[in-house]
Design a protein around this ligand. Structure first.
Ligand code: GDP
Length: 284
């Protein structure tokens, strides 16, 4: 999804979310496991106050296993329920129903005391663009309970997806906007491909990635590209080697840095370089 955030869109998105949040008991917030803080907008804490909270570390399949564990502990320490998931394969999703019951225990108990029986927990999915909200809803809800389309001429109402006898999910996710104020946040979102490449210099991104991998995941580039990533080598030199190894050439036999950068970024974003997390809780 491309996005250009204009204040008008943000205000509207926020207003819509405020309305939707009134209807629900539980906020299911998706973050990208590779950048759990950079892919969050903390405004959701204010919007979702008094609601039960579940954070899903989505795309956990692309992130570092140890880091996933650390982030799980980090968010748990802040009072959220947390679960690692891969929305594409469905890994980690079996546990969610039980977690939802646990997260909404107080509400269920309140209902019971008031004599309300079997009122399902209502939940909505929120997160920044590209974090996997639609994929999650489709996989979690499954094809069996795919939403029913709106009939033409009928005013669009809220659509709920019945997940099981205990849970209903709002069919449209709430969109949060990323926080761009911090440059490091912008860079990380660009690295995972959450920001349109057309507005960024791909060579620079590739060099940032090379520097990061060399420091935090040494050996990764060597393994993928059979090159020597020794200390003295600069990011440009490594990019040059990638271009050479992969035969990225422009007419006349010169190296095509743009092509090599694109290749490297695609490899990273699709997990071909291995499981990599770009930020850790200690550093925050
Ligand atoms: P949305 O904008 O938040 O609704 O995001 P989408 O559901 O459209 O997902 C954005 C991209 O991320 C798509 O290409 C998905 O296939 C991919 N994606 C979503 N969840 C996962 C996941 O858990 N793992 C991986 N590897 N890719 C995912």
């Amino acid at each position: 999804m491309n996005y250009q955030w204009y204040p008008g869109h943000m205000t509207k998105a926020k207003r819509m979310m405020q309305e939707d949040i009134k209807l629900i008991d539980l906020v299911i917030e998706l973050v990208d496991a590779r950048v759990p803080l950079s892919s969050r907008n903390p405004d959701i804490d204010e919007l979702g106050k008094n609601k039960s909270r579940l954070i899903l570390l989505n795309k956990a399949d692309l992130a570092d296993k140890n880091a996933n564990k650390k982030w799980g502990e980090y968010f748990q320490g802040k009072g959220y329920f947390v679960q690692e998931v891969d929305s594409r394969s469905g890994a980690g999703m079996k546990a969610i129903s039980a977690i939802i019951q646990e997260a909404c225990k107080d509400k269920i108990e309140r209902d019971r005391k008031r004599g309300i029986k079997n009122r399902p927990v209502r939940a909505m999915v929120v997160g920044i663009p590209n974090v996997g909200k639609s994929t999650f809803i489709n996989t979690y809800a499954g094809k069996a309970c795919a939403k029913t389309g709106n009939k033409p001429g009928v005013t669009k109402g809220k659509q709920w997806i019945r997940l099981n006898k205990n849970v209903e999910l709002l069919d449209t996710p709430g969109i949060l906007w990323p926080k761009f104020e911090d440059q490091a946040v912008g860079l990380r979102l660009a690295l995972i491909g959450s920001i349109n490449d057309e507005i960024l210099n791909i060579d620079e991104l590739a060099m940032e990635l090379i520097t990061f991998l060399k420091n935090q995941y040494p050996g990764t580039l060597e393994k993928r590209f059979q090159l020597d990533e020794s200390e003295e080598k600069s990011a440009v030199q490594i990019l040059e080697e990638i271009a050479r190894v992969r035969g990225c050439l422009i007419r006349g036999g010169e190296l095509d840095y743009g092509k090599a950068s694109k290749l490297l970024m695609d490899d990273f974003r699709s997990g071909k370089l291995g499981k990599v997390t770009l930020e850790l809780p200690e550093a925050e």
